[in-house]
Design a protein around this ligand. Structure first.
Ligand SMILES: [Cu+2]
Length: 138
């Protein structure tokens, strides 16, 4: 019973990704090695506990987040692909530090050029930072 439920949970992930005409990756910052931390142009730094892989939890820590930020989430997608939205909310785990766990679907086109959008909320305003991160599909 348990195994069957897991399969159903995976189905939408496997069917997630089809080509479409959408926003391009231009303007995104590149994070080449998130395990050893990427300092972003906005002063925050992003680190993953493990080398990002699809279909496996990726533990993300965001540090040096301005104290006035009251919510942080990560939206993940691929430019030119339409896919079920991947969006996770991070938790404020220490002063200026937010963490969360992300699972990315397998890309049916074999692509690995993921775009993560960091959405930080201050009051009712949102700021979006786009980061290009390679997440191998296999
Ligand atoms: Cu894709």
């Amino acid at each position: 019973m348990r195994r069957r439920r897991w399969c159903f949970a995976l189905l939408p992930l496997l069917a997630a990704c089809t080509p479409s005409v959408e926003d391009a990756a231009e303007g995104a910052e590149t994070c080449g090695d998130p395990v050893s931390t990427c300092v972003l142009g906005n002063g925050m730094s992003l680190q993953t506990r493990e080398t990002p892989k699809v279909l496996a939890p990726i533990h993300v820590t965001l540090r040096d987040v301005p104290v006035q930020v009251n919510a942080v989430r990560i939206e993940a997608g691929m430019s030119g692909m339409s896919m079920s939205p991947v969006s996770i909310g991070l938790r404020n785990t220490a002063p200026s530090e937010w963490t969360g766990e992300l699972i990315l679907p397998y890309c049916s086109q074999g692509r690995s050029d993921w775009l993560w959008t960091l959405v930080t909320q201050v009051g009712s305003g949102e700021r979006r930072t786009r980061i290009a991160i390679r997440v191998p599909g296999s």
